[in-house]
Design a binder for this molecule. Structure first.
Ligand code: SAM
Ligand code: SF4
Length: 475
């Protein structure tokens, strides 16, 4: 028989839309889990395997409260075993809120004439970053509306400005971006500024629902947005963040969409998303939302636990949109990054304006306005190590979340030591005496757990060097 290479060619699915709503509906309709199925799936995840779409659908349909508890317990165990007790901290920095899109849930939408439009000048960005450095921040995410003024070059310049600001021992070591989807060339330009993650949220993966919320502007094109992170990958920007805005459509469908998106990126580019975000819609200037799809706190916790189990090696972000109590609870089930000291009104860090909740100046209402110091105190009190680590990204160790998961000893050799080193820096430069006391206590406790580890002695030495005034030490 004649050899037919076509028969063996793997179809190239890059840059192609990949959501089949009917297929997801069918999976959700047909998933009827019983106790043993749910237990097997949780065990598979705890055994360090990511879950298939069909398995995820089973967990999503497990409504029996005892099974929900088992899922949450599984996520808690996975989180502890795989990630340990670190929580990475960052802050958002809104650069500009001009917008030509018309997203019905967002205070920045073009049709909202009450919104006060502002774009920070270079001088204003510098003032914001200095104020953020004075808090002790090391990692920022820059946020932009979608507008011709915010070109790839503008975004890249903003990132460069942020990196250039050094105040005292302060510096920003990682700048992530949340902005409009770009063409391949645009992503390349932004990447050249040395950014970390580029986030684009699909908002809703359901194509019909998407049309209802996105009335005009470039964002109306569902497929263009869906394939945006493919274009990032094609541009060599392999560190990407996906997300869905919960409250626009059925939460189960959105989780399936996020997993399908993860599969797609893994299959086409060999690298899954670095982070997943799952904001719930919050009140915003002049929005009228239909409450049909609001996600209750109960379902939200379930959702976080299921995502943790489904994609065990992906970073999970929970922002100050959520109240402190929910953030604290959900850290148990898999959250790995939170923002602290958040202000989303443009220019608010430098003015030291506590969020005055003037919705006309903000994208939406935040519900956790604690300072970074207060959040660090709470993290330490709840036995977490606050971390500002940026080592992997700066050493070119991309896919670090995968390494945490798959490389034996990675957390003990790299993540925990680096978290302690960045906490020691924070203590030396910014902490109150009380935070310093308990901060060094938790460092000591964690150092003891490293005893016997290859670099335990070296970690102690580096902490001493930080106490003597050196900075930016990492493994
Ligand atoms: N303009 C860009 C875009 O739409 O991709 C980037 C930034 S937008 C300012 C960041 C994210 O905020 C959106 O992707 C959306 O998920 C979220 N968001 C918008 N309105 C919100 C609201 N009312 N409550 C919570 N999150 C909201
Ligand atoms: Fe503009 Fe983004 Fe808000 Fe939509 S979500 S209106 S694109 S800022």
């Amino acid at each position: 028989m004649k050899f037919n290479p076509e028969k063996y060619r793997i179809p190239d699915e890059r840059m192609k839309p990949f959501i089949d709503a009917a297929e997801i509906d069918e999976m959700l309709l047909n998933a009827r889990p019983d106790k043993s199925v749910v237990r097997d799936i949780v065990a598979k995840s705890l055994d360090k395997n990511r879950l298939s779409l069909a398995e995820t659908a089973m967990l999503l349909n497990a409504n029996d409260p005892t099974l929900v508890e088992e899922i949450k317990e599984g996520a808690h165990r996975l989180k502890k075993a795989v990630y340990g007790n670190r929580i990475v901290l960052f802050a958002p920095l809104y650069i500009g809120n001009k917008c030509t899109n018309n997203c019905q849930y967002c205070g920045f939408r073009t049709s909202n004439k009450d919104a006060v439009r502002t774009t920070l000048s270079t001088g204003e960005i510098i003032a914001e970053v200095e104020a953020l450095e004075d808090q002790g921040q090391k990692r920022l995410i820059l946020v932009f509306g979608e507008h011709p003024d915010y070109s790839p070059r503008f975004i890249a310049d903003a990132a460069r400005t942020v990196y250039s600001v050094k105040k005292g021992n302060g510096e920003i070591r990682r700048v992530n971006i949340n902005a409009a989807p770009q063409e391949i060339e645009g992503f390349r330009i932004v990447k050249e500024a040395g950014i970390g993650t580029y986030q684009v949220f699909q908002e809703t993966y359901h194509p019909e629902a998407y049309k209802i919320y996105h009335l005009s502007g470039k964002k109306r094109d569902y497929n263009y947005r869906l394939t945006s992170l493919d274009r990032a990958q094609e541009a060599g920007l392999d560190d990407v963040g996906i997300g869905a805005l919960f409250g626009l459509y059925d939460w189960r469908f959105e989780v399936m969409g996020l997993i399908r998106h993860t599969n797609h990126l893994e299959a086409c580019y060999n690298v899954g998303p670095h982070t997943i975000s799952f904001p719930r819609v919050k009140d915003a200037s002049a929005i009228v939302m239909n409450d049909n799809y609001q996600v209750s706190d109960y379902d939200f916790a379930r959702m976080v636990a299921i995502l943790r189990l489904a994609v065990p090696y992906t970073g999970m972000i929970l922002t100050a949109r959520e109240p402190a109590a929910i953030r604290t609870e959900l850290m148990r089930f898999g959250i790995s990054q939170i923002d602290g000291g958040t202000r989303i009104e443009l220019g608010a860090y430098a003015r030291d304006a506590m969020a005055d909740q003037n919705l006309d100046k903000e994208q939406f209402k935040i519900n956790d306005d604690r300072t970074l110091g207060e959040i660090i105190d709470e993290l330490i009190d709840t036995d977490h190590i606050p971390s500002f680590c940026t080592a992997c990204y700066r050493l070119g160790r991309t896919g670090e979340h995968f390494m945490e998961f798959s490389v034996p000893g990675f957390i003990k050799n790299f993540c925990s030591p680096n978290a302690m080193l960045t906490l020691a820096e924070y203590i030396e430069d910014y902490a109150t005496p009380e935070t310093a006391r308990k901060g060094y206590e938790i460092i000591e406790k964690n150092l003891q757990q490293l005893n016997g580890n290859v670099n335990a002695g070296e970690v102690r030495k580096r902490i001493e060097r930080i106490r003597m005034g050196e900075r930016d030490l990492y493994f």
